[in-house]
Design a protein around this ligand. Structure first.
Ligand SMILES: Nc1nc2c(ncn2[C@@H]2O[C@H](COP(=O)(O)OP(=O)(O)OP(=O)(O)O)[C@@H](O)[C@H]2O)c(=O)[nH]1
Ligand SMILES: [Mg+2]
Length: 375
């Protein structure tokens, strides 16, 4: 996230030798891995060049930056990134002990795989899949909200929630569910059953788990599906994604939600860059701020981790950014005066409702009399 300037010589020494520098296409880079055009004049950067520059930035700082950011996440305590505003002290802010990030997106966009990748990069254990994903012929879908402590630490200052994906054909119900999570909070093991589920009569939530207010939502989207949609002209999926992106409940402030693009490894570099450009344009967001290309699996179908520090760094930076976003949005604690005002407002509403019912009742009682008068 820090601004850096880098020369090509410096860069080739620092870049991880094994990294998959997929964006370095012959169209834009020479055989030494140098950009063919001058990118020093920022005002002349095209959106495509901005993406290439962003990827070079991630590559440049990934090796050293990954450890640095990981350390910041390990030592992070809720509210650490909060900056004093409006003369309110930190102790007067409503800051939950654990910051809650939810991953939302369409079905099979890669939310559970992203959780596993987080465990692998941040918790340093890539052997066991911690969140069940669909694989091979299994069409497994996450059916319950799952809380994950991806750092695998008792003192972690944040947790990540894996959620059930939204169906393109039933966005209204899906968006309603997302609004409920965002406004009423989430709980581990909370069911996410939809009306057409085969067996949805087991809607019991275990109240033993702590309810958490959601601080930030990250949208996970499948870049290969986005690419398909723009090529075929069937924009159903990207329209659904836009409705999720613009949903007022996930915008805790004026900031755009973070967007993580998965499945980039399954399309060509050209398609990967172009579909990122197109979806950012479609959503009306900058192509490099708050958007991360994180392929959760390699071509061999395994978690990337060591082989791809750039993707690992992109993921870590996305989590870091989501914590910064969360800490910017805390509200001051309610004081006694606020509770009294709230109580009085509630009483006034009740009185108003009571008189409205009375008025309605008496107007109904007086109707036959009115009719008689008319005749
Ligand atoms: N090649 C590739 N495959 C991926 C990537 N991310 C996820 N997958 C695969 O995509 C399929 C769906 O991934 P999941 O993680 O189960 O998706 P989900 O969003 O949790 O799905 P729901 O729980 O149904 O909403 C699985 O077969 C994953 O292995 C990626 O970046 N690259
Ligand atoms: Mg899932």
């Amino acid at each position: 996230m820090r601004n850096i300037s880098f020369s090509d010589e410096e860069q080739s020494d620092i870049l991880p030798k094994t990294a998959t520098l997929w964006w370095r296409t012959p169209q834009d880079f020479d055989e030494n891995g140098h950009l063919k055009v001058d990118i020093s004049d920022l005002s002349k950067l095209t959106p495509r060049l901005k993406i290439l520059r962003e990827m070079e930035r991630l590559a440049f700082i990934s090796t050293e930056g990954l450890e640095d950011l990981r350390h910041k996440l390990i030592t992070y305590r809720a509210g650490d990134f909060w900056l004093p505003v409006g003369g309110v002290k930190k102790e007067d802010m409503e800051i939950a002990p654990v910051i809650t990030i939810v991953l939302v997106g369409l079905c099979a966009s890669g939310k559970s795989s992203l959780v596993n990748y987080m465990y692998s990069v941040l918790g340093r254990s890539g052997l066991i899949p911690f969140a069940q994903t669909s694989s091979g012929n299994s069409h497994y879908t996450t059916m319950f909200l799952e809380e994950h402590n991806v750092l695998r630490s008792m003192r972690s200052g944040f947790c990540v929630y894996d959620t059930r994906g939204l169906e393109t054909n039933d966005m209204i119900e899906g968006l309603d569910e997302v609004s409920t999570w965002m406004t009423r909070g989430v709980r581990h093991n909370q069911p996410c059953f939809r009306h057409d589920d085969y067996n949805n009569n087991n809607k019991i939530t275990s109240k033993r788990y702590t309810k958490r207010n959601v601080d930030c939502a990250i949208i996970v989207a499948d870049l290969s599906e986005i690419n398909k949609a723009f090529i075929s002209g069937d924009l159903k999926d990207v329209v659904a994604l836009k409705s999720l992106f613009n949903n007022s409940s996930i915008r805790k402030s004026n900031e755009n939600p973070l967007l993580i693009l998965t499945h980039g490894d399954t399309i060509s570099a050209e398609e990967r860059i172009n579909s990122r450009l197109k979806i950012c344009e479609f959503l009306g967001i900058p192509e490099t701020t708050g958007v991360y290309d994180v392929a959760c699996l390699t071509e061999q179908g395994i978690l990337p981790e060591e082989s791809d520090p750039i993707t690992a760094f992109a993921l870590t930076e996305a989590v870091y950014r989501s914590l910064m976003q969360s800490d910017r949005n805390h509200q001051p604690k309610k004081k006694l005066k606020d509770w009294i005002v709230l109580f009085l407002t509630w009483i006034l509403c009740c009185i108003g409702a009571f008189f409205a019912i009375l008025a309605n009742f008496f107007s109904k009682c007086s109707q036959p009399h009115n009719k008689k008068l008319k005749y």
